[in-house]
Design a protein around this ligand. Structure first.
Ligand SMILES: *Cc1c(COP(=O)(O)O)cnc(C)c1O
Length: 433
């Protein structure tokens, strides 16, 4: 299987190259040349996320260095449950937050790092540079722990993120390092960009990113939509609708791809926060990126969804509706779900629950609906606890984060500082001769 750029201005590459590259050289995003069809009958045999994941992913890694290890990578990466919970008020909630860092980012990050560890070797290393304060940074750090050939360097702005967020970026062991940058979030991102555009540095350390445009994060995310859809269809005889809380459209494109591969997925509805880019696109038929607006569902504060180009390439009419949920409606929905369903939702999940409530009732009754629960509410306790008047308990995995020791290095927001840090820690496996 080969991967092509959405812009079509560069040659097709193998999965290994597409994973390593992140962005395609023409500025586009890599997409599979075709989406292989999976015979639905084949999905009756395997059970569980690991087996269904490897059934779906195997065709994409044919002729790749990963061809013979996909099964093992899936079994190892997806080793936590994804419960599908029926709420008394009608919808089902697919809990994607039982991984080690409490958000669905664990699926993509765990798969990607295991893949990187196979693709890289001591002479040809991979160093993931990640500038993020959100769920991705923690998931990447955790996924990288113990890797042999791939390393992670996480940059975050000093004094700009919550104590728990900082902890979740700084608590991972080798080969993970956390750099606290004197500057704001934009300074961290600019620094990472500078490093990537320095070809000597990029080559020497095998720099790459693990952001939401990575096809290696997107492909594994098909697994849980597929598994949940197969289970729901077995229960009801009908393909379920999906409601997906959305920011950069990674989760949504993964669901659309799974449907194109033949999985029993009905309509796909996007739930966004107040950021209007996607709802305007759906209403007016024209896409216009906008500056991001800060909201309570901050992992979805995106004005220019990075996977839009992929959606437009793969299935431009694949989204049935986009429902935009403002902060006051997020708060009201968290309260109501707590009182009606005795369920505690994070602000992102709440956009999905609110979108469900706003569907025409005929649509709700036509089929079962699955809402992606993208993060554990404990991660957003400062927002959720005052609304429900209850203390939220962390999952055992999140409690473990609180107990770990943290390590961090302070640097200035300059390429000199970043470079000398990379040199000093020997993050480079490639020796210059
Ligand atoms: C990343 C994230 C989202 C948005 O996911 P996309 O794939 O970027 O659309 C939603 N909720 C949470 C909790 C997240 O961490």
């Amino acid at each position: 299987m080969r991967f092509v750029s959405t812009r079509g201005q560069c040659p097709p590459v193998t999965a290994d190259k597409a994973l390593r590259a992140g962005l395609a050289p023409d500025g586009g995003l890599y997409v599979p040349e075709q989406l292989p069809l999976i015979d639905e009958a084949k999905t009756f045999g395997p059970s569980g996320l690991g087996e269904i994941g490897s059934l779906l992913l195997a065709p994409y890694f044919k002729d790749s260095m990963l061809e013979n290890v996909i099964e093992q990578i899936c079994a190892d990466a997806f080793n936590f449950p994804t419960p599908l919970i029926s709420l008394p008020s009608g919808p089902q909630v697919l809990e994607l937050f039982h991984g080690p860092t409490g958000a669905f980012k664990d699926f993509g990050a765990r798969f990607l790092f295991r893949a990187f560890d196979h693709i890289a070797d001591q002479r040809d290393p991979i160093t993931v540079l990640a500038a993020t304060s959100g769920d991705t940074g923690g998931a990447v750090g955790c996924a990288a722990e113990g890797a042999l050939n791939a390393k992670a360097v996480i940059l975050f702005p000093k004094d700009r993120i919550s104590a728990f967020q900082e902890r979740q970026l700084c608590c991972w062991h080798e080969p993970v390092t956390a750099l606290r940058v004197k500057g704001d979030f934009d300074a961290c991102q600019a620094l990472v960009k500078q490093a990537f555009s320095n070809s000597e540095l990029s080559r020497q350390f095998g720099l790459t990113s693990a952001n939401s445009i990575s096809i290696g994060r997107l492909l594994p995310q098909m697994s849980y939509w597929a598994t949940a859809a197969i289970d729901a269809k077995a229960q009801t005889g009908k393909a379920p609708g999906l409601i997906i809380p959305t920011g950069n459209l990674g989760n949504a494109v993964a669901a659309i791809m799974a449907r194109k591969m033949g999985l029993p997925i009905g309509p796909v509805v996007l739930a966004t926060n107040a950021n209007p880019t996607l709802s305007e696109w759906k209403d007016r038929g024209a896409y216009q990126a906008r500056p991001a607006i800060a909201t309570l569902a901050n992992a979805m504060d995106v004005g220019a969804p990075s996977n839009f180009e992929r959606l437009a390439h793969i299935d431009p009419s694949g989204i049935d509706a986009v429902i935009r949920v403002e902060d006051d409606a997020i708060q009201a929905r968290i309260r109501q779900t707590h009182s009606d369903d005795a369920y505690i939702a994070c602000p992102h999940t709440a956009t999905g629950l609110e979108a469900y409530a706003r569907l025409p009732s005929a649509h709700r009754q036509q089929r079962s609906w699955i809402i992606g629960a993208t993060a554990h509410p404990y991660k957003f306790a400062d927002i959720v606890e005052p609304l429900i008047g209850e203390t939220i308990k962390p999952t055992p995995a999140l409690a473990n984060v609180l107990e770990r020791e943290t390590r961090v290095t302070d640097i200035e927001a300059t390429l000199e500082d970043l470079t000398s840090y990379l040199m000093a820690t020997g993050a480079a496996g490639r020796v210059s001769v």
